[in-house]
Design a protein. Structure first.
Length: 214
């Protein structure tokens, strides 16, 4: 069953506190973006300043050029999942192994231009594959529904992997995404900019759980 996971993407501790308080009343699984300003064009709050309630299940999306420089501190935070990008120049198979050896689930993000077959070895050992359809470091992107084809390709390589989607999730496309095989709908702007984020969250949850035919 698919789940809706709010995204926190901020630049300061004050913004992080505000964003956390905004989603705390209704969500327990949270997606946190970090960025080094190199892989993605935005500097986001670094891992050294992250914190969260013990009851939260945290996915960290590391939009960084050299994950090896961040993994020690990320692992020390003990999130549920660490997602690195398949497009980095470091050995992603080794990085995934390092995360898994620490008892943390390892995820792999694929940008729109990345073909799953070219990174099959890494996909085979990852716990989570995130189809990235947005703009790095920004809210409010448009979901490229053509990227749903990657779900089938990824499942052909690793049928057990949890499939995530990042970029442009909204009330209009959430059902289609969930029916297309996406397990985790990371929701950024649609909740962050909502007048009533709890109502928007519950509407998204109802959308992905409704019965019907596309």
């Amino acid at each position: 069953m698919a789940v809706v996971v709010p995204t926190i993407m901020v630049e300061t501790v004050e913004q992080f506190k505000e964003a956390s308080e905004r989603v705390a009343p209704f969500a327990r699984r949270i997606h946190i973006d970090i960025s080094d300003g190199e892989f993605a064009p935005t500097f986001l709050l670094p891992e050294s300043q992250l914190y969260w309630p013990s009851e939260w299940e945290i996915d960290i999306h590391a939009m960084v050029a050299r994950p090896s420089e961040h993994l020690e501190q990320l692992i020390a935070l003990k999130p549920s999942l660490i997602i690195i990008h398949s497009e980095v120049t470091e050995n992603i198979v080794e990085l995934i192994g390092q995360i898994k050896e620490a008892g943390i689930k390892a995820g792999l993000a694929l940008l729109k231009t990345t073909v799953p077959a070219t990174i099959a070895d890494a996909i085979k050992i990852a716990d989570h594959i995130m189809i990235f359809s947005g703009d790095l470091g920004k809210f409010g992107g448009t979901a490229s529904m053509m990227q749903l084809e990657k779900v089938r390709l990824v499942q052909g390589i690793n049928p057990q992997a949890e499939i995530g989607w990042d970029g442009g999730v909204n009330i209009e496309n959430a059902y289609t995404l969930s029916q297309g095989g996406v397990d985790v709908l990371n929701t950024g702007g649609v909740i962050a900019t909502a007048e009533n984020p709890a109502v928007t969250y519950q509407t998204l949850v109802r959308e992905i759980n409704k019965h019907g035919v596309i």
